[in-house]
Write a protein that binds this ligand. Structure first.
Ligand SMILES: [Zn+2]
Length: 428
């Protein structure tokens, strides 16, 4: 079992301030002990000097489509439907498993460089993503895109594929969680949704779905089923604490109450919602409905963000809601919890805090980075001033993935990803 000691590092305290310097001992994939400096003089395989650094829990990206990094900047500033049908979908039909592998590798690199240790993904070619995650050292919840287009044959195919993937997932890295990914109500039939509901219950699986992202989506649900999306999902018994609903932009108060009743989880994607002008679900209303602990933040895919930096996402989330209400809404401490403790609980991971017994998912920020000077208030700096480039070291599952901002194989990976992205978009 490998061991690491981080010597003399400031450890973020509860509530977000930077505490006094400590030594953090990591044994295997767990934090064994956080002690005062030099009280133990134990040998460790790796020694990290923590001076001028602060240790914070690694960040969680609770909704993304990682391989879409290949489409970063490919199409912007368009209405959502045109953007999808003219630009994104025509390229996505050409994707191969190899493309998804390289796109996900690129995404993992970007996430490591910006202090993210976990992401929740839904994309094509599951096996390509799984291979990239296994190699990257990150954690991920992965789901294949389940779309049947209301076609019975396609539905059966998707069910069989998911059964197979679930079965095979037992042989994957412990850092990968297999999740079911019914895409959305406008692309998946009721029969398939019920199959997902039952399969998830039988095997205790999480379910990742896009929900009420746009107003048109809500209208189409009312046209088809005579109910709003959450009411409909409730009527077929689909909602549970295992359901992870991305976006949730257009919800009535009754729908919020239903989500609370079932302890369904919500992933808020403020940058994507603003860029695609999807709308704003008032954060204060979600909180009033008692949903605070059930909310996490996500970047969504790179084609609609256009990066995977969770520091930026925390800031955007907080500013987005303040802009329409008042400056006290979503204070920095809350924005930080939406990217750490809340998603850790959501994905059933003993992570999201730096304490003995927790998984060793630790990010060291460089306090010499100009955005962190001066350091009157660490949590304020993290949410409102920092960005991914303040990250110096990333440890995930007890392994050092980045040290001094260096990640092994970075240049070769970027070169290859550039090539794959160019071929994908230009066809040669
Ligand atoms: Zn999405």
């Amino acid at each position: 079992m490998s061991s690491i000691v981080i010597k003399g590092v400031q450890v973020m305290s509860k509530g977000g301030g930077s505490g006094k310097e400590k030594d953090i001992y990591i044994e295997g994939n767990l934090i064994e002990e956080v002690t005062d400096v030099d009280v133990r003089r134990r040998e460790a395989e790796f020694v990290i000097q923590g001076h001028d650094k602060v240790a914070i829990p690694g960040l969680f990206n609770a909704h993304t489509h990682a391989a879409m990094t290949l489409l970063r900047g490919y199409a912007d500033d368009m209405p959502l439907q045109d953007w999808l049908s003219e630009k994104i979908w025509p390229v996505e039909v050409r994707l191969t498993e190899e493309d998804v592998y390289w796109g996900t590798k690129l995404a993992c690199l970007e996430m490591i460089k910006s202090g993210t240790v976990f992401f929740n993904d839904m994309y094509w070619h599951f096996r390509g993503s799984a291979r990239a995650v296994a190699e990257s050292g990150l954690r991920a919840a992965l789901s294949a895109v389940f779309i049947d287009g209301f076609d019975e044959e396609r539905a059966k195919e998707q069910m069989r594929m998911n059964e197979r993937l679930y079965h095979d997932s037992k042989g994957l890295s412990d850092r990968i969680i297999f999740v079911l990914g019914p895409h959305a109500l406008y692309t998946v039939s009721e029969e398939s949704l019920c199959w997902v509901r039952d399969f998830a219950e039988r095997h205790d699986l999480l379910v990742h779905i896009h929900l009420s992202e746009t107003e048109e989506e809500v209208k189409s649900c009312i046209d088809r089923y005579g109910m709003r999306p959450v009411e409909y999902l409730d009527s077929i018994g689909f909602l549970s604490p295992r359901t992870i609903a991305a976006h949730c932009v257009h919800l009535s108060r009754r729908e919020l109450a239903l989500l609370k009743q079932h302890e369904t989880k919500i992933v808020h994607n403020p940058a994507s919602n603003m860029k695609l002008a999807s709308g704003r679900m008032p954060y204060e209303q979600m909180k009033e409905a008692g949903l605070y602990r059930n909310i996490a933040l996500g970047t969504d895919g790179c084609a609609s963000n256009n990066n995977l930096d969770m520091f930026e996402e925390m800031k955007i989330a907080s500013l987005f809601h303040k802009a329409f209400t008042n400056p006290t809404v979503m204070p920095a401490e809350e924005a930080f919890e939406l990217a750490t403790v809340n998603p850790a609980r959501m994905f059933r991971l003993n992570s999201g805090a730096i304490e003995a017994g927790k998984l060793a998912d630790i990010v060291l920020l460089d306090l010499k980075n100009v955005e962190l000077v001066p350091n009157h208030n660490l949590i304020s700096n993290i949410v409102y001033a920092a960005n991914g480039s303040c990250v110096d070291t990333v440890i995930c599952d007890g392994k050092i993935l980045m040290s001094g901002r260096e990640v092994e194989g970075e240049e070769e990976l970027k070169e290859k990803a550039r090539e794959v992205a160019h071929r994908l978009v230009n066809g040669s």
